[in-house]
Design a protein around this ligand. Structure first.
Ligand code: SF4
Ligand code: SF4
Length: 315
């Protein structure tokens, strides 16, 4: 127990230090290379859970159920990505596949079987559904490093059942690690104990978002608090593909379905520049706080935010 208490204390201390990322007046110029960015594909928004702390509901009123409810997309729409190989000397490092819940996506096996341009594909799942597509692809593809990160969500999941599936994935050689959101501090130590007993590696995930009227990390309050907005130049270190195959560099914009840089067919249009102008600093997602660099624009003043319009698009 002491060991885990020390782990959590260290995690929280490290987070505190990391929260001191300076997103203010950044002097450095960056050379933007989309090959090196964090690539993430959200196969669909629907999820079998509805966690109260889900970051996808942050800042958009009625929670994640208000996210644009795209119909489930065909895998072929995403497999257009394979054409990006024309721009590559060698495969890119890693693609994270997430949602919503990726195992709800009916064509997850086809997608995992045919995706080509990454050395490694990491599926982030809550493990509540049938994991056989993951086990099958793990067996069938020796040209791809498949990895599963299993997120335990205490409001909906039964921990023993979750750990059983984690062990099956671990035995199959495709387990990365487990995580849970360090949300209910009084219970986090108990979860770590259970992971340890089961022999499952766990990396608790720090809580980001809004809790009791406060934004976490606290240092992100002016970027994420929603009280005022400001026009800035923002450098983001993400390539985010939405369920309708629009490509964004910002989670906030992706969740609101506005401000995409291109579609997958058009990629890398829009990703070849460094900073992009943004009128919405103040409505940023806390989850991307450490991947953003912001340059203030001389003469720009904060202003009141307009009511957020979430565009729903059923394509
Ligand atoms: S499982 Fe993940 S995506 Fe689904 S509601 Fe919970 S936090 Fe959100
Ligand atoms: S909303 Fe925030 S994180 Fe997104 S582009 Fe604008 S300033 Fe950057």
């Amino acid at each position: 127990m002491l060991k885990n208490a020390a782990r959590l204390a260290r995690l929280r201390a490290e987070n505190f230090v990391k929260d001191r990322v300076d997103y203010g007046l950044v002097q450095t110029d960056f050379t933007k290379d989309w090959r090196k960015q964090h690539w993430s594909l959200q196969v669909q928004w629907p999820c079998n859970y509805d966690c109260s702390y889900c970051i996808q509901g942050f800042g958009i009123g009625g929670g994640r159920r208000r996210l644009p409810a795209f119909k489930m997309s065909a895998a072929d729409r995403f497999l257009v990505m394979n054409k990006i190989a024309e721009h590559l000397d060698e495969p890119m490092d890693n693609l994270f596949i997430q949602g919503g819940e990726p195992l709800l996506f009916p064509e997850i096996k086809k997608l995992l079987s045919e995706i080509q341009i990454f050395k490694k594909v990491t599926v982030i799942s809550n493990l509540a559904l049938d994991i056989s597509p993951l086990l099958e692809v793990g067996r069938e593809r020796d040209d791809l490093q498949l990895e599963v990160i299993g997120s335990y969500h205490h409001e909906f999941a039964e921990l023993d059942e979750y750990l059983d599936k984690a062990k099956r994935l671990q035995d199959a050689g495709i387990w990365g690690w487990g995580d849970f959101v360090d949300f209910d501090f009084s219970k986090s130590l108990g979860y770590l104990e259970k992971f340890d007993e089961a022999g499952i590696q766990c990396k608790p995930f720090r809580f980001v978002g809004e809790k009791d009227g406060k934004v976490y990390p606290k240092k992100a309050t002016d970027a994420c608090g929603g009280h005022q907005v400001e026009t800035v130049d923002c450098f983001m270190t993400y390539v985010l593909i939405a369920p309708d195959a629009k490509v964004y560099n910002c989670h906030s914009k992706m969740y609101r379905n506005s401000g995409h840089l291109c579609t997958l067919e058009e990629f890398p249009k829009g990703f070849d520049t460094g900073y992009t102008r943004c009128e919405e600093f103040g409505l940023c997602q806390p989850c991307q706080y450490q991947g953003m660099k912001v340059k203030k624009i001389p003469g720009e003043e904060p202003r009141a935010p307009e009511l957020l319009q979430i565009q729903v698009n059923d394509t």
